[in-house]
Design a protein around this ligand. Structure first.
Ligand SMILES: Cc1ncc(COP(=O)(O)O)c(C=O)c1O
Length: 418
């Protein structure tokens, strides 16, 4: 559901930040309703920066921003609004429901619905001017029925998906000709795009490159099959972020579909990528709500899995696994930390549902209400450091996509315009 109030800028300043920032009202809670100091801050300038950087790499190819799963956890309406103002060519989502949320929020850019599952809601596709991805005969039947019911006179645009190796969604290349012959009976439906999805674009080295080449070759054959049926769509597209950034293979075609890079993460091995500077858009911050000094040998948290090796100062932070922080970071103690006063404080004890405990013994001056950063950058008296989504994902044994999309709905999102 859209919330018009979400758009309005307010002059709320973020607590404990060194410089004054303008914060837009959060989508899920008003600032005054966000009693707990835990929140996600989305840096809209970083988002625009990442789009510009991706556009430079994309060259003449259109950039369709992938904003499924609530804009990778950032809040899809606000992200889409920002990107639309910055000049995106289109948006891609997985679900019809996600597309409708964006239309309800006033997004006018073309929206591609990639999931291929429209239930009984084909008329909604037409009502909201959405572009469905299709890959079987039933899609054409149902769309044609919906155009009749709604009395639509314009041709409905669709993109046909071909499974060139992902093994997930799409028509098999050997069945494409028969699908296109079937589609020819529906003059009211126009095939405006052909798409496929790369399985190994972020696999390192020659193995990944070979896989992309093989899929692109299969896709080129599919394109030729379409041309033989008189179909020359405006958009032929294959590349996700890793495909777009791959240095040794050009997978750009007419359009690209980056998701994760918009939020600052470049997947795959650095040596496989074109040079690009991305900025993390997400900061997950809270504050110290309790401090205690414990003697050597004291246990912390469920199961007392961590015991103080020395007299220690332990800070309690109101962020837990129910906020989307993976519990596994606290089981891999060596690397996991949060930032306090610009310095890393190790996470100690296992993460609880609502609370984390960190060791601030070596953080001089740490006190109640100090800002704690679980993800993102912090500047403070002890310096400046960043906890990157990639680092947290690695510590947790997860992937960055998983970390971003897991930040739960009880964490209010604030949109920052530095
Ligand atoms: C079909 C399709 N295209 C593009 C993307 C964007 O991928 P990424 O976030 O890796 O750029 C996704 C996301 O998984 C996808 O499913």
């Amino acid at each position: 559901m859209s919330n018009p109030a979400a758009d309005r800028a307010s002059s709320v300043n973020s607590v404990n930040s060194e410089r004054s920032i303008r914060v837009l009202k959060p989508r899920r809670a008003a600032p005054e309703a966000a009693v707990r100091p835990t929140r996600a801050e989305i840096d809209l300038a970083a988002l625009r920066h990442n789009l510009r950087a991706l556009k430079r790499v994309a060259g003449d190819a259109r950039v369709w921003s992938v904003l499924k799963a609530d804009g990778y956890g950032h809040g899809a309406p606000a992200v889409a609004r920002t990107l639309e103002r910055a000049g995106i060519d289109g948006v891609a989502v997985a679900l019809l429901e996600e597309a409708i949320e964006l239309r309800d929020a006033g997004i006018r850019a073309p929206i591609l619905v990639m999931g291929g599952y429209y239930g009984d809601a084909y008329e909604e596709l037409l009502a909201h001017d959405l572009v469905p991805v299709v890959y079987h005969e039933g899609h054409f039947d149902a769309l044609a029925r919906a155009t009749r019911t709604r009395g639509v006179s314009d041709r409905v645009l669709v993109h046909v998906k071909i499974d060139t190796g992902m093994g997930r969604l799409g028509v098999a290349p050997e069945q494409l000709a028969s699908l296109l012959e079937y589609a020819a009976a529906f003059p009211q439906i126009k095939i405006d795009g052909l798409m496929t999805h790369l399985a190994c674009a972020d696999v390192a080295g020659e193995e990944g490159a070979q896989s992309i080449r093989a899929q692109l070759a299969e896709f080129a054959r599919a394109r030729a099959t379409a041309a033989a049926h008189g179909i020359t769509p405006r958009y032929v597209h294959a590349a996700n972020t890793a495909g777009l950034l791959r240095a040794s293979v050009d997978a750009k075609l007419d359009a690209v579909r980056p998701g994760i890079a918009l939020f600052g993460v470049a997947p795959g091995a650095a040596e496989d990528r074109v040079a690009i500077e991305l900025r993390q858009t997400l900061k997950l911050r809270s504050e110290i709500v309790a401090l205690r000094t414990v003697e050597a040998g004291a246990g912390i948290g469920y199961g007392s899995t961590w015991r103080a090796a020395r007299k220690s100062v332990i800070a309690t932070v109101p962020v837990g696994y129910a906020d989307g922080l993976p519990r596994s970071i606290s089981e891999r103690r060596a690397a996991s930390a949060m930032l306090v006063r610009g310095k890393r404080a190790p996470i100690v004890g296992v993460l609880s549902m609502d609370l984390a405990t960190i060791d601030v013994t070596d953080i001089a001056g740490a006190r109640l209400r100090d800002e704690v950063v679980a993800l993102g950058t912090q500047r403070g008296p002890h310096g400046e450091d960043t906890i990157r989504v990639e680092d947290l994902a690695r510590d947790a044994g997860l992937i960055p996509w998983d970390v971003m999309t897991s930040i739960s709905r009880r964490v209010p999102r604030f949109y920052r315009e530095p």
